[in-house]
Design a protein around this ligand. Sequence first.
Ligand SMILES: *Cc1c(COP(=O)(O)O)cnc(C)c1O
Length: 430
Amino acid sequence: MQYYSLNKKAPNTSFKDCVIKGLAPDKGLYFPKNISALPKTFFENINDLSYSEIAFETIKQFVEPDIPEDVLKTIIEDTLSFDFPVVKLNDHISTLELFHGPTMAFKDVGARFMARCLEYFNKNNKEEVTVLVATSGDTGSAVANGFLGVKNVNVVILYPSGKVSDIQEKQLTTLRKNITALEVNGTFDDCQDMVKRAFLDEELTRKMQLTSANSINVARWLPQLFYFFFAYKQLHNKHKNIVFSIPSGNFGNICAGMMAQQLGLPIQHFIASNNENNVVTKYLQSQFYRPKPSVQTISNAMDVGNPSNFVRMQEIYKNNFETLKANLSSYSFTDAETKTAIQEIYTNYNYVADPHGAVGYLGAKAYLKENPDTHCVFLETAHPTKFLDIVENVIDVKMKLPKQIKSVIDEKKVSIKINNYKGLKTYLLK
Ligand SMILES: *Cc1c(COP(=O)(O)O)cnc(C)c1O
Protein backbone atom coordinates (compact mmCIF):
# COMPACT_ATOMS: atom_id res chain seq x y z
CA MET A 1 0.00 0.00 0.00
CA GLN A 2 1.15 3.50 -0.79
CA TYR A 3 0.29 6.34 1.56
CA TYR A 4 -0.02 10.04 0.86
CA SER A 5 0.32 12.99 3.16
CA LEU A 6 -2.89 14.84 3.94
CA ASN A 7 -0.94 18.09 3.54
CA LYS A 8 -0.25 17.00 -0.07
CA LYS A 9 3.26 18.45 -0.06
CA ALA A 10 5.29 15.29 0.49
CA PRO A 11 5.90 12.30 -1.78
CA ASN A 12 3.80 9.15 -1.47
CA THR A 13 5.49 6.42 0.48
CA SER A 14 5.35 2.85 1.78
CA PHE A 15 3.82 1.46 4.99
CA LYS A 16 7.33 0.88 6.32
CA ASP A 17 8.34 4.46 5.79
CA CYS A 18 5.12 5.73 7.42
CA VAL A 19 5.75 3.62 10.50
CA ILE A 20 9.34 4.76 10.88
CA LYS A 21 8.60 8.44 10.19
CA GLY A 22 5.28 8.77 11.99
CA LEU A 23 4.46 12.09 10.37
CA ALA A 24 5.15 13.05 6.73
CA PRO A 25 7.97 15.54 6.06
CA ASP A 26 5.33 18.23 5.36
CA LYS A 27 3.89 17.52 8.84
CA GLY A 28 0.78 15.93 7.33
CA LEU A 29 -0.81 12.70 8.54
CA TYR A 30 -0.41 9.72 6.25
CA PHE A 31 -3.49 8.19 4.63
CA PRO A 32 -3.79 5.01 2.49
CA LYS A 33 -4.03 5.64 -1.23
CA ASN A 34 -6.71 3.02 -1.99
CA ILE A 35 -9.15 1.17 0.20
CA SER A 36 -10.59 -2.03 -1.26
CA ALA A 37 -13.76 -3.37 0.33
CA LEU A 38 -13.60 -6.99 1.49
CA PRO A 39 -15.46 -9.61 -0.54
CA LYS A 40 -19.03 -10.59 0.38
CA THR A 41 -17.87 -14.09 1.27
CA PHE A 42 -15.72 -12.66 4.06
CA PHE A 43 -18.81 -11.30 5.79
CA GLU A 44 -20.86 -14.42 5.10
CA ASN A 45 -18.19 -16.60 6.71
CA ILE A 46 -17.16 -14.30 9.53
CA ASN A 47 -18.55 -16.65 12.19
CA ASP A 48 -16.06 -19.31 11.13
CA LEU A 49 -13.07 -16.99 11.39
CA SER A 50 -10.96 -16.51 14.52
CA TYR A 51 -10.07 -13.01 15.70
CA SER A 52 -6.58 -13.42 14.29
CA GLU A 53 -7.95 -14.51 10.92
CA ILE A 54 -10.31 -11.53 10.85
CA ALA A 55 -7.46 -9.20 11.76
CA PHE A 56 -5.25 -10.66 9.06
CA GLU A 57 -7.85 -10.26 6.31
CA THR A 58 -8.76 -6.72 7.33
CA ILE A 59 -5.24 -5.26 7.73
CA LYS A 60 -3.40 -7.16 4.97
CA GLN A 61 -3.92 -4.62 2.20
CA PHE A 62 -2.56 -1.80 4.36
CA VAL A 63 0.79 -3.40 5.19
CA GLU A 64 1.73 -5.38 2.10
CA PRO A 65 4.22 -5.85 0.56
CA ASP A 66 6.38 -4.44 3.36
CA ILE A 67 5.43 -7.16 5.82
CA PRO A 68 5.27 -10.71 4.40
CA GLU A 69 2.12 -12.69 5.18
CA ASP A 70 3.75 -15.17 7.56
CA VAL A 71 5.35 -12.36 9.56
CA LEU A 72 2.06 -10.47 9.64
CA LYS A 73 0.30 -13.55 11.00
CA THR A 74 2.83 -13.82 13.84
CA ILE A 75 2.57 -10.10 14.63
CA ILE A 76 -1.21 -10.43 14.84
CA GLU A 77 -1.10 -13.56 17.02
CA ASP A 78 1.26 -11.81 19.43
CA THR A 79 -0.79 -8.62 19.44
CA LEU A 80 -4.18 -10.21 20.11
CA SER A 81 -3.40 -12.42 23.07
CA PHE A 82 -6.52 -11.43 25.04
CA ASP A 83 -10.30 -11.24 24.60
CA PHE A 84 -12.71 -8.59 23.25
CA PRO A 85 -16.10 -9.54 24.67
CA VAL A 86 -19.39 -7.77 23.96
CA VAL A 87 -21.53 -7.48 27.11
CA LYS A 88 -25.23 -6.83 26.68
CA LEU A 89 -26.83 -4.27 29.00
CA ASN A 90 -30.31 -4.31 27.45
CA ASP A 91 -31.96 -4.97 24.08
CA HIS A 92 -30.65 -1.73 22.66
CA ILE A 93 -27.32 -1.19 24.39
CA SER A 94 -24.22 -3.37 24.58
CA THR A 95 -20.63 -2.58 25.48
CA LEU A 96 -17.53 -3.83 23.77
CA GLU A 97 -14.84 -4.36 26.40
CA LEU A 98 -11.46 -3.28 25.07
CA PHE A 99 -9.63 -3.38 28.38
CA HIS A 100 -8.43 -6.97 28.69
CA GLY A 101 -4.87 -6.27 27.54
CA PRO A 102 -1.75 -5.85 29.67
CA THR A 103 -2.34 -2.19 30.60
CA MET A 104 -6.14 -2.48 30.58
CA ALA A 105 -6.77 0.28 28.03
CA PHE A 106 -7.74 -0.13 24.38
CA LYS A 107 -4.46 1.41 23.27
CA ASP A 108 -2.74 -1.92 23.98
CA VAL A 109 -3.68 -3.34 20.57
CA GLY A 110 -2.31 -0.44 18.53
CA ALA A 111 0.80 -0.15 20.67
CA ARG A 112 1.59 -3.86 20.51
CA PHE A 113 1.01 -4.00 16.76
CA MET A 114 3.16 -0.96 16.10
CA ALA A 115 5.97 -2.20 18.34
CA ARG A 116 6.13 -5.49 16.47
CA CYS A 117 6.10 -3.79 13.07
CA LEU A 118 8.92 -1.50 14.10
CA GLU A 119 10.86 -4.43 15.50
CA TYR A 120 10.52 -6.22 12.18
CA PHE A 121 11.58 -3.20 10.12
CA ASN A 122 14.48 -2.53 12.43
CA LYS A 123 15.83 -6.02 12.85
CA ASN A 124 18.82 -5.63 10.53
CA ASN A 125 19.47 -2.10 11.60
CA LYS A 126 22.26 -1.49 14.06
CA GLU A 127 21.07 1.97 14.89
CA GLU A 128 18.65 2.28 17.77
CA VAL A 129 15.29 3.98 17.44
CA THR A 130 14.01 6.14 20.26
CA VAL A 131 10.26 6.36 20.70
CA LEU A 132 9.31 9.59 22.47
CA VAL A 133 5.83 9.82 24.00
CA ALA A 134 4.09 12.40 26.09
CA THR A 135 1.25 10.95 28.11
CA SER A 136 -1.57 12.07 30.34
CA GLY A 137 -1.91 8.46 31.48
CA ASP A 138 -3.01 5.65 29.21
CA THR A 139 -0.97 6.15 26.06
CA GLY A 140 2.37 6.00 27.84
CA SER A 141 1.74 2.76 29.65
CA ALA A 142 0.30 0.98 26.60
CA VAL A 143 3.21 2.10 24.44
CA ALA A 144 5.81 1.27 27.09
CA ASN A 145 4.30 -2.15 27.66
CA GLY A 146 3.97 -2.82 23.93
CA PHE A 147 7.65 -2.01 23.36
CA LEU A 148 9.01 -3.69 26.47
CA GLY A 149 12.00 -5.83 25.54
CA VAL A 150 11.82 -4.96 21.82
CA LYS A 151 15.35 -4.97 20.42
CA ASN A 152 17.01 -1.76 19.23
CA VAL A 153 14.12 0.38 20.44
CA ASN A 154 14.26 2.66 23.47
CA VAL A 155 11.11 4.24 24.82
CA VAL A 156 11.18 7.54 26.66
CA ILE A 157 7.94 8.58 28.30
CA LEU A 158 7.24 12.07 29.55
CA TYR A 159 4.46 12.44 32.09
CA PRO A 160 3.31 15.36 34.24
CA SER A 161 4.37 14.87 37.83
CA GLY A 162 1.42 14.47 40.19
CA LYS A 163 -1.17 14.61 37.38
CA VAL A 164 -1.66 10.94 36.52
CA SER A 165 -3.44 8.44 38.75
CA ASP A 166 -1.33 6.37 41.17
CA ILE A 167 -2.00 3.21 39.21
CA GLN A 168 -1.14 4.87 35.92
CA GLU A 169 2.12 6.18 37.39
CA LYS A 170 3.08 2.71 38.58
CA GLN A 171 2.33 1.33 35.12
CA LEU A 172 4.69 3.92 33.62
CA THR A 173 7.56 3.76 36.06
CA THR A 174 8.04 0.12 36.98
CA LEU A 175 8.90 -1.52 33.65
CA ARG A 176 12.66 -0.77 33.40
CA LYS A 177 14.62 -2.54 30.60
CA ASN A 178 14.36 -0.34 27.49
CA ILE A 179 11.74 1.96 29.03
CA THR A 180 12.57 5.22 30.80
CA ALA A 181 10.01 7.42 32.55
CA LEU A 182 10.76 11.14 32.71
CA GLU A 183 8.72 12.84 35.39
CA VAL A 184 8.12 16.39 34.24
CA ASN A 185 7.62 19.25 36.60
CA GLY A 186 4.72 20.69 34.55
CA THR A 187 1.47 19.87 32.76
CA PHE A 188 0.61 17.39 30.01
CA ASP A 189 0.76 20.26 27.50
CA ASP A 190 4.33 20.99 28.65
CA CYS A 191 5.24 17.33 28.04
CA GLN A 192 3.70 17.41 24.59
CA ASP A 193 5.47 20.67 23.70
CA MET A 194 8.81 19.20 24.71
CA VAL A 195 8.25 16.15 22.54
CA LYS A 196 7.27 18.29 19.56
CA ARG A 197 10.33 20.47 20.07
CA ALA A 198 12.59 17.42 20.16
CA PHE A 199 11.30 16.23 16.78
CA LEU A 200 12.21 19.61 15.27
CA ASP A 201 15.60 19.86 16.98
CA GLU A 202 18.21 19.11 14.32
CA GLU A 203 20.99 18.73 16.84
CA LEU A 204 19.02 15.77 18.19
CA THR A 205 17.64 14.31 14.98
CA ARG A 206 21.11 14.30 13.40
CA LYS A 207 22.35 12.12 16.22
CA MET A 208 19.38 9.81 16.77
CA GLN A 209 16.35 8.30 15.03
CA LEU A 210 13.32 9.66 16.89
CA THR A 211 9.79 8.46 16.30
CA SER A 212 6.37 8.91 17.89
CA ALA A 213 3.80 6.33 18.94
CA ASN A 214 0.49 8.13 19.11
CA SER A 215 -2.45 7.52 16.78
CA ILE A 216 -0.82 9.76 14.17
CA ASN A 217 1.29 6.69 13.37
CA VAL A 218 -0.59 4.45 10.92
CA ALA A 219 0.67 1.29 12.66
CA ARG A 220 -0.98 2.39 15.89
CA TRP A 221 -4.09 3.76 14.25
CA LEU A 222 -5.16 1.10 11.74
CA PRO A 223 -5.21 -2.06 13.93
CA GLN A 224 -7.97 -0.41 15.93
CA LEU A 225 -10.31 -1.23 13.06
CA PHE A 226 -10.24 -4.86 14.28
CA TYR A 227 -12.52 -4.02 17.22
CA PHE A 228 -15.46 -3.18 15.02
CA PHE A 229 -15.24 -6.50 13.18
CA PHE A 230 -14.91 -8.39 16.49
CA ALA A 231 -18.07 -6.72 17.77
CA TYR A 232 -19.90 -7.37 14.51
CA LYS A 233 -19.01 -11.06 14.66
CA GLN A 234 -20.57 -11.28 18.13
CA LEU A 235 -23.68 -9.27 17.33
CA HIS A 236 -24.76 -9.58 13.72
CA ASN A 237 -26.96 -12.63 14.18
CA LYS A 238 -28.91 -10.94 16.97
CA HIS A 239 -29.07 -7.31 15.94
CA LYS A 240 -29.46 -5.23 12.80
CA ASN A 241 -28.68 -1.53 12.49
CA ILE A 242 -25.53 -1.61 14.58
CA VAL A 243 -24.32 1.79 15.76
CA PHE A 244 -21.04 2.43 17.62
CA SER A 245 -20.64 5.05 20.32
CA ILE A 246 -16.96 5.85 20.74
CA PRO A 247 -15.58 7.87 23.65
CA SER A 248 -13.29 10.16 21.68
CA GLY A 249 -10.25 12.32 22.33
CA ASN A 250 -7.86 12.39 19.39
CA PHE A 251 -10.47 10.57 17.24
CA GLY A 252 -8.08 7.78 16.26
CA ASN A 253 -10.35 5.00 17.45
CA ILE A 254 -13.47 6.36 15.75
CA CYS A 255 -11.56 6.97 12.50
CA ALA A 256 -10.42 3.35 12.61
CA GLY A 257 -14.10 2.37 12.87
CA MET A 258 -14.81 4.51 9.82
CA MET A 259 -12.08 2.62 7.98
CA ALA A 260 -13.81 -0.65 8.93
CA GLN A 261 -16.96 0.78 7.37
CA GLN A 262 -14.98 1.62 4.21
CA LEU A 263 -13.92 -2.03 4.12
CA GLY A 264 -17.61 -2.91 3.84
CA LEU A 265 -18.54 -3.55 7.46
CA PRO A 266 -22.22 -2.66 7.76
CA ILE A 267 -22.03 -0.01 10.44
CA GLN A 268 -25.16 2.10 10.37
CA HIS A 269 -23.82 5.13 12.21
CA PHE A 270 -21.09 6.47 14.50
CA ILE A 271 -21.48 8.47 17.66
CA ALA A 272 -18.53 10.55 18.85
CA SER A 273 -19.10 10.78 22.58
CA ASN A 274 -17.17 13.64 24.12
CA ASN A 275 -16.60 15.12 27.53
CA GLU A 276 -16.54 18.90 27.78
CA ASN A 277 -13.76 18.97 25.20
CA ASN A 278 -16.35 19.23 22.47
CA VAL A 279 -14.89 20.84 19.35
CA VAL A 280 -16.31 18.10 17.12
CA THR A 281 -19.78 18.25 18.71
CA LYS A 282 -19.69 21.99 17.99
CA TYR A 283 -18.37 21.42 14.48
CA LEU A 284 -21.29 19.17 13.54
CA GLN A 285 -23.70 21.81 14.81
CA SER A 286 -22.09 24.79 13.14
CA GLN A 287 -19.81 23.47 10.39
CA PHE A 288 -17.06 25.62 11.94
CA TYR A 289 -14.06 23.81 13.35
CA ARG A 290 -12.57 25.82 16.20
CA PRO A 291 -9.82 24.07 18.17
CA LYS A 292 -9.37 25.34 21.71
CA PRO A 293 -7.18 24.58 24.73
CA SER A 294 -8.24 21.39 26.50
CA VAL A 295 -10.05 21.44 29.84
CA GLN A 296 -9.42 18.86 32.55
CA THR A 297 -12.16 16.26 33.17
CA ILE A 298 -12.58 12.91 34.92
CA SER A 299 -12.34 11.14 31.55
CA ASN A 300 -8.87 12.57 31.10
CA ALA A 301 -7.75 10.47 28.14
CA MET A 302 -10.25 12.48 26.11
CA ASP A 303 -9.07 15.90 27.21
CA VAL A 304 -8.07 17.02 23.74
CA GLY A 305 -8.80 20.44 22.29
CA ASN A 306 -7.63 19.83 18.73
CA PRO A 307 -8.09 16.16 17.77
CA SER A 308 -5.21 15.07 15.56
CA ASN A 309 -7.31 12.65 13.51
CA PHE A 310 -9.96 15.22 12.59
CA VAL A 311 -8.31 15.59 9.18
CA ARG A 312 -8.43 11.83 8.58
CA MET A 313 -12.13 11.80 9.37
CA GLN A 314 -12.65 14.54 6.79
CA GLU A 315 -10.68 12.58 4.22
CA ILE A 316 -12.66 9.36 4.78
CA TYR A 317 -15.89 11.14 3.88
CA LYS A 318 -14.23 13.00 0.99
CA ASN A 319 -14.34 16.33 2.80
CA ASN A 320 -18.10 16.41 2.34
CA PHE A 321 -19.89 17.78 5.38
CA GLU A 322 -23.25 16.23 4.47
CA THR A 323 -21.76 12.76 4.04
CA LEU A 324 -19.94 13.09 7.34
CA LYS A 325 -23.14 14.20 9.07
CA ALA A 326 -25.05 11.26 7.62
CA ASN A 327 -22.55 8.93 9.29
CA LEU A 328 -21.66 10.74 12.48
CA SER A 329 -23.48 12.25 15.43
CA SER A 330 -21.72 13.79 18.39
CA TYR A 331 -22.72 14.65 21.95
CA SER A 332 -20.83 16.18 24.83
CA PHE A 333 -21.31 15.52 28.55
CA THR A 334 -20.19 17.10 31.80
CA ASP A 335 -18.36 15.33 34.63
CA ALA A 336 -21.54 15.46 36.74
CA GLU A 337 -23.50 13.69 33.98
CA THR A 338 -20.70 11.15 33.63
CA LYS A 339 -20.80 10.32 37.34
CA THR A 340 -24.58 9.96 37.24
CA ALA A 341 -24.17 7.57 34.31
CA ILE A 342 -21.65 5.42 36.23
CA GLN A 343 -24.21 5.18 39.02
CA GLU A 344 -27.09 4.46 36.63
CA ILE A 345 -25.21 1.71 34.78
CA TYR A 346 -24.35 0.10 38.09
CA THR A 347 -27.87 0.33 39.51
CA ASN A 348 -29.73 -0.74 36.38
CA TYR A 349 -27.37 -3.33 34.93
CA ASN A 350 -25.02 -4.26 37.76
CA TYR A 351 -22.15 -3.23 35.50
CA VAL A 352 -19.21 -1.06 36.50
CA ALA A 353 -18.16 1.41 33.82
CA ASP A 354 -15.11 3.65 33.84
CA PRO A 355 -15.59 7.40 33.17
CA HIS A 356 -14.72 7.07 29.45
CA GLY A 357 -17.10 4.18 28.88
CA ALA A 358 -19.77 6.10 30.81
CA VAL A 359 -19.47 8.99 28.34
CA GLY A 360 -19.91 6.42 25.55
CA TYR A 361 -23.02 5.08 27.27
CA LEU A 362 -24.49 8.58 27.49
CA GLY A 363 -23.86 9.12 23.78
CA ALA A 364 -25.62 5.84 22.99
CA LYS A 365 -28.62 6.82 25.12
CA ALA A 366 -28.90 10.24 23.52
CA TYR A 367 -28.81 8.73 20.04
CA LEU A 368 -31.34 6.01 20.89
CA LYS A 369 -33.86 8.65 21.89
CA GLU A 370 -34.01 9.82 18.27
CA ASN A 371 -33.26 6.44 16.67
CA PRO A 372 -34.95 3.75 18.75
CA ASP A 373 -34.71 1.16 15.98
CA THR A 374 -30.95 0.59 16.42
CA HIS A 375 -28.57 -1.39 18.58
CA CYS A 376 -25.88 0.83 20.09
CA VAL A 377 -22.53 -0.55 21.17
CA PHE A 378 -20.44 1.76 23.35
CA LEU A 379 -16.75 1.02 23.62
CA GLU A 380 -15.39 0.44 27.13
CA THR A 381 -11.92 1.86 26.56
CA ALA A 382 -10.38 1.37 30.02
CA HIS A 383 -10.90 -0.90 33.00
CA PRO A 384 -12.77 0.91 35.82
CA THR A 385 -10.05 0.16 38.39
CA LYS A 386 -7.71 2.46 36.46
CA PHE A 387 -9.93 5.26 37.76
CA LEU A 388 -10.41 3.71 41.16
CA ASP A 389 -10.99 6.86 43.24
CA ILE A 390 -13.70 8.24 40.99
CA VAL A 391 -15.54 4.99 40.39
CA GLU A 392 -15.46 3.69 43.97
CA ASN A 393 -16.62 7.05 45.19
CA VAL A 394 -19.62 7.13 42.87
CA ILE A 395 -20.91 3.59 43.33
CA ASP A 396 -19.68 3.19 46.92
CA VAL A 397 -18.33 -0.32 46.35
CA LYS A 398 -14.81 -1.61 46.88
CA MET A 399 -13.53 -3.06 43.63
CA LYS A 400 -11.32 -6.08 43.26
CA LEU A 401 -8.08 -5.31 41.46
CA PRO A 402 -7.35 -7.37 38.35
CA LYS A 403 -3.99 -9.15 38.13
CA GLN A 404 -2.56 -6.66 35.60
CA ILE A 405 -3.04 -3.87 38.16
CA LYS A 406 -2.06 -5.84 41.24
CA SER A 407 1.23 -6.83 39.69
CA VAL A 408 2.47 -3.23 39.45
CA ILE A 409 1.10 -1.75 42.65
CA ASP A 410 3.86 -3.00 44.93
CA GLU A 411 6.67 -2.43 42.45
CA LYS A 412 9.09 0.38 43.12
CA LYS A 413 8.65 3.52 41.04
CA VAL A 414 11.74 4.57 39.08
CA SER A 415 11.66 7.92 37.28
CA ILE A 416 14.02 10.70 36.30
CA LYS A 417 12.83 14.19 37.19
CA ILE A 418 13.21 16.93 34.63
CA ASN A 419 12.12 20.55 34.67
CA ASN A 420 12.31 21.73 31.08
CA TYR A 421 13.36 21.02 27.51
CA LYS A 422 17.02 21.34 28.43
CA GLY A 423 16.56 18.48 30.86
CA LEU A 424 15.03 16.30 28.14
CA LYS A 425 17.79 17.10 25.68
CA THR A 426 20.53 16.44 28.20
CA TYR A 427 18.97 13.10 28.99
CA LEU A 428 18.63 12.09 25.31
CA LEU A 429 22.17 13.10 24.40
CA LYS A 430 23.91 11.37 27.26
C1 LIG B 1 -7.03 7.29 24.36
C2 LIG B 1 -8.29 7.00 25.04
C3 LIG B 1 -9.54 7.44 24.53
C4 LIG B 1 -9.65 8.30 23.29
O1 LIG B 1 -9.28 7.64 22.11
P1 LIG B 1 -8.96 8.45 20.78
O2 LIG B 1 -8.54 7.42 19.80
O3 LIG B 1 -7.84 9.40 21.14
O4 LIG B 1 -10.18 9.18 20.39
C5 LIG B 1 -10.68 7.06 25.20
N1 LIG B 1 -10.64 6.35 26.33
C6 LIG B 1 -9.46 5.93 26.86
C7 LIG B 1 -9.48 5.16 28.13
C8 LIG B 1 -8.26 6.23 26.24
O5 LIG B 1 -7.11 5.82 26.77
